[in-house]
Design a protein around this ligand. Structure first.
Ligand code: SAH
Length: 238
C-alpha cells in the first residue's frame, strides 16, 4: 500500500490516506495535518514508506502512524495520558499530543515518549523544536522524552489511557498491560507465533495486537493485521 498514498505536500499525503480509508476519523486527520513530517523525516517526508533516521531506526510509514491513531483514538481524548514506546523520530509522539491536548488549554493530557537510544531522544527533541507548537508542547511538559528500556513501560507516568509500541516485541510484555488504565488500550506489534499464549517468539511475521483493559479490569487481546517493524531490543553497547 506504500507508494499509493505518497504526496508532494503534508496535506496531500494525509488526504491520500483519507481517500483510501486508512484514516477514517476526523480527529486523526486533523492531528496528522497539524504535524509536518518534514520536521521528522527530512529526506522524503511525504512518501508513504518508512525512512531511516540513523542508529538502525526508522520513522514508520505514515499509513502505520495513521492506523495506530485509528485503533487508539477512543483513548486519545483531551486530558488522556499516553505512552509512546520506541518514540524514534518523535513524529507520532507529536501527533498523539495534538490529540490529547488543546493549544492554550489547561487540560492535563500528556504524552511520554520512551526511547532506548539517547541520540534518538535528542533527535526527537530537536525535531519537535522545529515547530512552534512542538516547542510549546516540550516546554509545557505535555510531551516528555525519556531514555529507557520501553519493554518495562514507564511506571512513573502510569496509568496510561493508551500505550503505543513502535517496535516489534517478543511478547506482550505484562508490565505494559499492568500500566494501562482501566479502561485503556495497548497497540503493539508482536513477533508471530501460532501459540495463543504468545510466550514463544519463534516463527515468521509480526502482527499488531490490540489489548483492551476494560473498566472492570478484565483484559481482552485481539490480533489485528500483519506488519513489519524493527525489533524491540536491548540498547546497543556504546
Ligand atoms: N514511532 C517511531 C518508530 C521508530 S522505529 C517513529 O515512527 O519515528 C522503533 C524505535 O524503537 C527505534 O527508534 C528504536 O531505537 C526503538 N527501540 C527499540 N528497542 C527499544 C527498547 N527496548 N526500548 C525503547 N526503545 C526501543
Amino acid at each position: 500500500m506504500a507508494w499509493y498514498c505518497s504526496g508532494s505536500t503534508n496535506n496531500e499525503l494525509v488526504e491520500n490516506l483519507v481517500k483510501v480509508e486508512l484514516i477514517k476519523n476526523e480527529r486523526v486527520k486533523e492531528a496528522m495535518l497539524g504535524v509536518d513530517r518534514a520536521h521528522y523525516a527530512p529526506s522524503r517526508p511525504y512518501s508513504d514508506s518508512p525512512q531511516r533516521i540513523g542508529h538502525g531506526a526508522t520513522i514508520s510509514a505514515p499509513h502505520m502512524h495513521g492506523q495506530a491513531c485509528e485503533y487508539l483514538i477512543d483513548h486519545l481524548q483531551p486530558g488522556s495520558q499516553v505512552l509512546d514506546i520506541g518514540s524514534g523520530s518523535g513524529y507520532l509522539t507529536h501527533v498523539f499530543a495534538n490529540l490529547v491536548t488543546a493549544p492554550g488549554s489547561s487540560d492535563q493530557g500528556q504524552v511520554i515518549g520512551v526511547e532506548h537510544i539517547p541520540e534518538l531522544v535528542e533527535l526527537a527533541r530537536t525535531n519537535m523544536n522545529n515547530s512552534d507548537d512542538g516547542r510549546k508542547l516540550l516546554e509545557s511538559g505535555k510531551v516528555k522524552f525519556i531514555t529507557a528500556d520501553g519493554r518495562l513501560g514507564w511506571k512513573e507516568g502510569a496509568p496510561y489511557d493508551a500505550i503505543h509500541v513502535g517496535a516489534a516485541a517478543e511478547q506482550l510484555h505484562p508490565l505494559l498491560i499492568q500500566q494501562l488504565r482501566a479502561p485503556g488500550r495497548l497497540f503493539i506489534p508482536v513477533d508471530s507465533s501460532d501459540d495463543e499464549s504468545l510466550t514463544s517468539s519463534v516463527g515468521g511475521g509480526q502482527y499488531i495486537w490490540v489489548v483492551d483493559k476494560k473498566a472492570d479490569g478484565s483484559v481482552h487481546k485481539q490480533k489485528v493485521f500483519q506488519v513489519k517493524y524493527v525489533p524491540l531490543t536491548d540498547a546497543p553497547r556504546s
